[in-house]
Design a protein around this ligand. Sequence first.
Ligand SMILES: Nc1nc2c(ncn2[C@@H]2O[C@H](COP(=O)(O)OP(=O)(O)OP(=O)(O)O)[C@@H](O)[C@H]2O)c(=O)[nH]1
Ligand SMILES: [Mg+2]
Length: 192
Amino acid sequence: MNITSAEFFCSYSSLNGLPSDGRPEIVFVGRSNVGKSSLLNSICARKGLAKTSSTPGKTRLINYFLINNALYFVDLPGYGYAKVGQSERESWGTLLSGYIQKRDEIGLVVALIDARHPGMASDREMMEFLDYCGRPFGIVMTKWDKLKQAEKSKARRTMESCAPKAKFIVNYSSFSGDGREKLLTQLDIFSQ
Ligand SMILES: Nc1nc2c(ncn2[C@@H]2O[C@H](COP(=O)(O)OP(=O)(O)OP(=O)(O)O)[C@@H](O)[C@H]2O)c(=O)[nH]1
Ligand SMILES: [Mg+2]
């Protein structure tokens, strides 16, 4: 995939009113603070397109980005963030699971997992849920630059054993852009 244009489209706080133009959607999910918004900026090569923050819980809405005028990238609120109140957590959870379950336009889900913590329970649950919903998904191991050389092959092996259903696993650093070309190729192959 060659990204020639990327622009913010709209944010939604509920499933009502999501676009009905039939464009396919590639969705980015992951724990809060895993680097979803940074990844979007990195693959689109547009700093500041999606808002990032070192404080978890930055993305609270479903954010749509229009890519090449042909498809949407969708940035979802993160899961697993303990510091928000119970009711807020439940409402994000309902939004997230409802969106994944019901949205027919989803062509591919990209599940982001922190390369330093492969195999966390909440990420396994998300993969099970994606499988249950019949959503094809691939994995991006984020913050790859934070791993020491010796940790890389172990992290990769752990991830592969936790995610037998994943269509692909790509190591990624949004800081260096490492993995970008590989991910764009996988998006092309699996989002058709
Ligand atoms: N070292 C390193 N840090 C990263 C990378 N990607 C993201 N970060 C940092 O991780 C933090 C969270 O990044 P975001 O992109 O805002 O994460 P998010 O998943 O969108 O977070 P929420 O919207 O809060 O769920 C920020 O401080 C980023 O600078 C990466 O590839 N390498
Ligand atoms: Mg975000």
